[in-house]
Ligand binder design. Structure first.
Ligand SMILES: Cc1cc2nc3c(=O)[nH]c(=O)nc-3n(C[C@H](O)[C@H](O)[C@H](O)COP(=O)(O)OP(=O)(O)OC[C@H]3O[C@@H](n4cnc5c(N)ncnc54)[C@H](O)[C@@H]3O)c2cc1C
Length: 432
């Protein structure tokens, strides 16, 4: 049996549900297809949801209704060695005022809720259904088929929102069949149960305030970093590795996560935490240079499927970019329906709106960041340099101090070499 819709969305993650909600609220007949038994069942991420300006317009009471954990008032970066750590923390008054800058969330709860909002707006949510083929007629995408089911689901336009490994974009011929491991990262996360009052005391928080901290120098030389985010009564703690570097190291994410949790300064933060869940996922880390074709005849590619993820090292922004691309994909489909044109040209408004938004502008601004981050010294020598400098500065033992600038040059020469220091400084200046 063939079912006919105005639009099909493949994947009920943040990109897909944002697209489905936008189109359903405009009165289009939308099929939102998800392989999980419920949206979010298999989805994981680090933990911080940032502002969603495009979705907030379509869904004005979004922040009052979404299932959120804590709002982030403190953000920190910690440089680590095996035995020491040096942290910088920003706790800004503006972070503690609405509209808040970011919230921790749980994907199974959040994704399910957002997809159900799309369904309430009129979209048909079809779960336990894995899309395996893209149906084409005269070179145009006109529908999809589902594993193990007879017949097709048809629509003049398909929105691919099926995540980083998007088979929909692949089958439509919009992305290459293989990935460059140099453009991919893998993240692992442990969810640790901890009472909310312990979290508040330990991290200097009150009520539902939250803390988000990133760590560098904790990956035994593998390119990558760690994160610790406070949920209401649990901690999300994990590591993100550059895939090619992890492979070359021969180390396993699980062992690296355990060593991280045992590092003395981290062990104090997670003390008493009971492991609730362990999860892992791939991240498109290549930035602007990784973006595939975004539009074809009868198809649009959104979110991680389009590599719209900003992993510059300061923040990991993925959900906000995915949701934004979903909303503008939905708006482009609404216009295409008005004009009756679903060709690549008729859908090109999507690319135009993305290009004009912070999504593409940020990815372009930080286009060189992924290359800059492929520098092993960032993950070992620089954290060691910073920790040893700070340790020296704060250690008072009755011996005369050296001049700080001279000391820095001496330590930098020993740890990284002055030529490398200059080259790395220039590369960071160009990338950031
Ligand atoms: C370790 C880690 C930490 C991260 N931390 C953050 C963070 O703190 N903040 C942030 O903003 N971002 C973070 N991200 C990135 C963020 O998770 C992604 O950018 C975001 O989830 C992309 O949303 P999406 O909707 O495009 O794809 P996804 O969230 O991957 O959703 C895709 C959906 O499609 C479904 N699907 C896949 N294939 C099919 C198919 N064939 N048929 C039907 N359904 C299908 C999947 O089940 C899923 O529901 C992190 C990612 C990782 C891995």
């Amino acid at each position: 049996m063939t079912r006919q819709y105005d639009a099909i969305v493949v994947g009920a993650g943040p990109a897909g549900s944002s697209a489905a909600l936008t189109m359903a609220r405009a009165g289009l007949k939308v099929a939102l297809i998800e392989r999980g038994t419920f949206p979010g069942e298999k989805n994981m991420f680090g933990g911080v949801l940032h502002r969603l300006p495009a979705l907030e317009k379509v869904f004005p009471d979004f922040w009052d209704r979404a299932p959120l954990e804590r709002h982030i008032v403190k953000k920190g970066v910690t440089f680590m060695t095996d035995e020491s750590s040096f942290s910088t923390v920003i706790e800004a008054g503006s972070f503690d005022k609405t509209p808040y800058n970011g919230y921790t969330i749980f994907r199974p709860r959040f994704d399910r809720w957002l997809a159900e909002e799309a369904a309430k707006a009129g979209a048909t949510l079809i779960c336990s259904s894995t899309v395996d083929e893209v149906i084409k007629e005269n070179g145009k995408v006109v529908g999809v088929s589902i594993v193990g089911r007879k017949g097709a689901i048809k629509a003049p336009v398909v929105v691919a929102a099926d995540g980083v490994l998007s088979f929909t974009a692949l089958k439509a011929g919009l992305r290459k069949p293989t990935f460059n491991p140099g453009q991919m990262a893998v993240g692992v996360k442990a969810l640790l149960d901890l009472p909310s009052d312990v979290i508040n005391d330990r991290f200097g928080l009150v009520r539902e305030q939250g803390f988000a901290n990133e760590f560098v120098g904790c990956t035994e030389g593998v390119r990558g970093g760690a994160f610790l985010y406070t949920n209401y009564d649990s901690l999300s703690v994990g590591l993100v590795f550059h895939l090619a570097s992890l492979k070359a190291s021969g180390k396993t994410p699980y062992d690296l996560l355990n060593s991280f949790l045992e590092q003395p300064q981290v062990a104090k933060m997670v003390r008493g935490g009971r492991l609730l869940e362990y999860s892992a996922h791939v991240i498109p880390e290549g930035g602007y240079d990784m973006i595939p074709e975004l539009v074809g005849d009868g198809i649009l590619v959104t979110g991680d499927a389009a590599a719209l993820c900003n992993a510059t090292g300061v923040n990991l922004e993925g959900i906000n970019l995915a949701s934004h691309s979903g909303v503008v994909a939905g708006q482009a489909v609404i216009e295409a329906h008005k004009n009756g044109d679903f060709s690549g040209k008729g859908l090109s408004l999507y690319k135009k709106m993305l290009d004009e938004s912070y999504v593409m502008k940020d990815l372009k601004t930080y286009r060189r960041a992924p290359h800059m981050l492929h520098n092993d010294r960032i993950y070992k020598e620089y954290p060691e340099l910073m920790c040893s400098m700070m340790e020296y500065l704060y250690k008072i033992n009755g011996t005369p101090k050296e001049n700080i600038s001279k000391l820095f040059l001496k330590a930098a020469r020993e740890k990284v070499g002055l030529k490398n220091l200059a080259a790395d400084g220039f590369s960071a200046w160009r990338a950031l």
